[in-house]
Design a binder for this molecule. Sequence first.
Ligand SMILES: Cc1cc2nc3c(=O)[nH]c(=O)nc-3n(C[C@H](O)[C@H](O)[C@H](O)COP(=O)(O)OP(=O)(O)OC[C@H]3O[C@@H](n4cnc5c(N)ncnc54)[C@H](O)[C@@H]3O)c2cc1C
Length: 541
Amino acid sequence: MSGLPPFETHCVDNQPPDFAPRDLWSTDIALREAIQANGAGGFAGDIAAYARLAGDTLYRLSFDAHRDRPQLRTHDRFGHRIDRVEFHPSYHAVMQAAIEHGAAGLSWRDGRPGAHVARAALSYLHCQVEPGTSCPLTMTHAAVPVLRREPGLREWAEKATAPHYDPREVPIADKAGITLGMGMTEKQGGSDVRANTTIATPLGSPGEYALVGHKWFFSAPMSDGFLVLAQAPGGLTCLLMPRRMPDAAKNAFRLLRLKDKLGDWSNASSEVEFTGAWARRIGEEGRGIATILEMVMLTRLDCMLGSAALMRMALAQALHHCRHRHAFGKPLIEQPLMRNVLADLAIETEGALSLSMRVARAVDAAPGDPREAAFARIATAIGKYWICKRAPAFVNEAQECLGGNGYVEESLLPRLYRQAPLNSIWEGSGNIQCLDVLRALSKEPETGAALWDELQGAGAVVDTTIGRLRAPLMEQAPFDEAGARRLVEDVALALQASVLVRSGSPMADAFCRSRLAEPHRLAFGTLASGIDTDAILVRAL
Ligand SMILES: Cc1cc2nc3c(=O)[nH]c(=O)nc-3n(C[C@H](O)[C@H](O)[C@H](O)COP(=O)(O)OP(=O)(O)OC[C@H]3O[C@@H](n4cnc5c(N)ncnc54)[C@H](O)[C@@H]3O)c2cc1C
């Protein structure tokens, strides 16, 4: 056979090179500016190191962690209940990297100002490459202030902030670091947790209870402990339920099955029954919702960051493809209509990132600044609603920029697309966020005042827009529930514009013109002529 030419049918041409490895820090000017603008410049070196790891090793590992979904083993080979979830080794490697770099604990263990913003940046980077693991990471992070309320739970709080990942199923005394989950949603009601029927019966010792009941959604069930809502004699109460008892015995709960989910495949979400599980009360009986809300405020911030991250990664993939792919005689990125689409997506991405980081700064400042605390309270609900709502349509648009390749798993875009709707559903769905904004405005007038303060004086376009928002924000007018989404959308856009203007972002003008001066059209890629798409794309690239 020698001497014959090799049998090649065609030359592979006009396809982009591999996306990764990619330095997610040096390629993201908006992130670098946001870190500085929000007082976390001192953490830049740590964030940059994680960005390089995320865009290389973690990006690679994420494909296995996602494809080989977690498996529930209810029993061992002899028939004993074990209720264990097994993961691909890449899942553990990704978790380990995130925890060691501070994606769950940095904000609580580093006393420097800006630590919450720095942790938010780590979370933003992490979610770009492996958003499934963000669920146990965010719950671990968000549980800390609740655990710190109880002096008896100091070991739990300290180990939740530690830079150590230990997936072994042993009592926490044998571990240097732990993870946490959360159980609120039951079959008969998730948004309305007052409908919870799980019973917490006091045991002999003070603060100790036995749980009987169920949870319909119970994510990260291999966590070391869970904050659970249950009905105690004094009403709905927050309790910490460990996975293993101090003597290493298995606590009395059963994992029934794992949810077969649209996306979020690397993360296990289970259904669980409590069969007399031992738990310890946090806060007073009857104060469960108020207690756990402190945790939920923080997980909602991570939903904003998570959606902003999905948008950023989807945009980066779209830009990469369009730079290298030619059609009709030139690179896609030089086609005027494609430039309009990409520029519009870039504007949206920066609005999402800037608002998320501004809220992280408010969380940082909140303990010593009531105005920032009030701002964080209401801006979290506004941002959670709007940014998470924008993500699915955004990711689909970015996917389309890749043409057929964007519909194929290896491109990452299908994974981002399946993940995108989740942030708007969990941790309080869209309507719940909008109703929460109305509740804050009517019951906590300092929130409306903080918002108004933030919006004023951010330039002519923002000032013109916010005129009609003064009454709802400042006068606690009777609210029309049915109109809550209209109000929150208006406030969200004004807030994103104001944050961009105040931070001196070169995107501010384009954001104001395309989202405030005239209403944005229903599809992306509808920027009016006169917006400088060249400058926007140079920045985004
Ligand atoms: C993958 C995944 C993982 C999850 N993990 C966990 C977990 O670990 N722990 C946990 O506790 N929960 C978890 N959840 C549950 C999640 O938080 C709930 O599904 C969510 O809060 C909505 O509750 P629900 O499903 O009961 O819907 P419902 O409460 O029935 O709401 C359905 C819809 O009605 C809307 N609605 C509700 N009340 C009103 C109203 N008054 N006015 C207008 N509209 C309203 C909601 O916004 C929503 O759109 C998870 C969910 C998913 C999808």
